[in-house]
Write a protein that binds this ligand. Sequence first.
Ligand SMILES: [Ca+2]
Ligand SMILES: [Ca+2]
Length: 442
Amino acid sequence: MTRLHTVADRFIVQLPPNTTLKDCGVQQGPGALSTRDKGRFVVRDLSAADKANIEKMGGQVFENRPMSNPSPAAMKRLGAEVTGITRKTLNTRATHGADKLHARGIRGQGTDLVIVDSGIAPHPDYDDRIEGFFDVFAGTETVPRDGQTGHGTHVAGIGGADGTVRGMAPAAAILGVRVLDDRGRGSTASVLSGLDKAQEYFLARGRPMVVNLSLGGPAGPVGSDPLHEKVKALRAAGILVVAAAGNDGPGAGTISSPGNAEDAVAVAAFDTQGTPEQTDDTIAPFSSRGSARDDGTGQTDKPDIGANGVEVVSTFLDEGFAALSGTSMAAPAVAGAAALLLGRAQDLFTNGRLRKSAVELVRDGDIQRILTETAFDQTDIPKTSEGAGNLRVDRAEALLVERFGRERAPDPCLKSAQAAGPMTIIGALNINLGARGRRRSS
Ligand SMILES: [Ca+2]
Ligand SMILES: [Ca+2]
């Protein structure tokens, strides 16, 4: 087993184009943790001389920082049974307008929702829709599982459960990528490996994709964070990345990485106050805040948007349920909403009724703009707390169609040429694992 979560004495190297470690005078040896270099990132031990050589050749050396789910102290587990819990945020779907889209058959079908987290425990509310599960520590596909925290299981349910709990995108395929260990610990390197895997899934499956990152670590200066570049690369490929803002509020400048990445959609946590209207919602005190002044950490325009993040009921370990609080719970509401929009967009596009494909809408920043422009903005809550405001996916869908819809189908020849464009299937992975495989064989 590799030890990607171990951060001491490990470095992340970004090599210059067409350059190997050997070219930089660094010998491959037992210190190499990963030769994964799709993003030209390599993780390994380095001596001071190695570092100097790499930098001399035009490469960059970054620290491998600890990453985890936002502080569990700000998350409350209220119970393992959904029955008997009359939680105020059972209505996450309704308050964000997802119910209206579900009623019209817009349920995220045809999209992939990737939960990059502590794992996903099998659960009857989404079991048969986990279409892939990769463990970066094992370096391989495995059966779906979660660590002791149950964190990823809870996050997955908010995004895509369809049972006792119904998530935002109940028909999206769920892909699990485990980047935090049994105790919820990971590193920049494990998250980078997880994002590499998401990109592999994207290329293999050729479907619109949203990646949810309900995790983070301390934010450093923008140029010192390889996660920022990785997120940018995913966006450029047409993959939307949604990240928790962090649970380090209410102080200013507390957005964590990778939520502070320019190309990530950073999500703040709202408290619904137990009512379906968003007019009385407040920002949770723990929700990380951006900063009004540019401090070099990319926090001036963060967070981007907010969603329910207090006492959110979702799936949990042992096929149970729990109510948890955190920006970790708000992020998958936005990720699921994005899956609804992307599924809708791709459906309209393939029928010649939309001018852009789902991938183009992500790549060009349109999905993010549509989500933020339609968010419910409370004038008395500052942008550094709520970003553009509270998620309203029903209004976002309307704006999507208004802005990019077309009256008539285009010339069929042109349409097929466009459809063959940006999403090309270049390979296939063995991705049918776990419950899906079991069900098929039973
Ligand atoms: Ca409310
Ligand atoms: Ca506001």
